[in-house]
Design a protein around this ligand. Structure first.
Ligand SMILES: [Zn+2]
Length: 167
């Protein structure tokens, strides 16, 4: 494994341990040339996935990239890292189990939204606003309205959108 600091391949594993659910092996490594320390993760990969972007561009599926976009949505939110890790693993397993090697980016976005919705409302709204490419405040209002409706139905409708006008 190449050192991320100096590029040397002269690195050694100092410590290996499985994650709590034994789905990952975490290895602490040290670079013999610059002394830099870093961690690598070893995981099962059932198949090679390709993401098809909205533009039609194809790119290899990247779990770390998925994790980063989720962490951006979860920024400063109280979320247990182990739970987030499990959530990402669950999303990846579901993608692998679709039986397709080509996955539309919309499919990934939809799975992330489903998962975040049960984890953290704020992160869900943040992610959705990027994923759905919100441009106007009313897009947020619609989404927040949906959240409120699933959280507390007893409040009743807060606004009557698109009520027919009387002459
Ligand atoms: Zn190094």
């Amino acid at each position: 494994m190449r050192c991320p600091y100096c590029g040397s391949t002269n690195t050694q594993v100092k410590d290996s341990r499985p994650s709590e659910d034994h789905s990952t092996i975490r290895r602490r490594r040290v670079c013999a040339d610059c002394g830099g320390r870093f961690t690598t993760f070893e995981r099962v990969q059932l198949r090679e996935l390709t993401v098809i972007k909205r533009s039609g561009r194809r790119m290899p599926f990247d779990r770390d990239k998925l994790m980063r976009s989720i962490q951006i949505a979860l920024r400063k939110r109280p979320a247990d890292p182990e739970r987030v890790e499990r959530m990402v693993s669950g999303i990846v397993r579901r993608l692998e189990n679709t039986g397709e090697n080509d996955i539309k980016s919309e499919t990934i976005g939809r799975l992330v939204m489903e998962a975040l919705k049960s984890l953290d409302d704020v992160a869900y709204v943040r992610f959705a606003s990027v994923y759905k490419n919100f441009r106007e405040a009313k897009d947020f209002e619609i989404l927040l309205g949906e959240l409120a409706a699933t959280d507390e139905d007893e409040d009743g409708p807060r606004s009557k959108a698109a009520a027919p006008a009387e002459d």
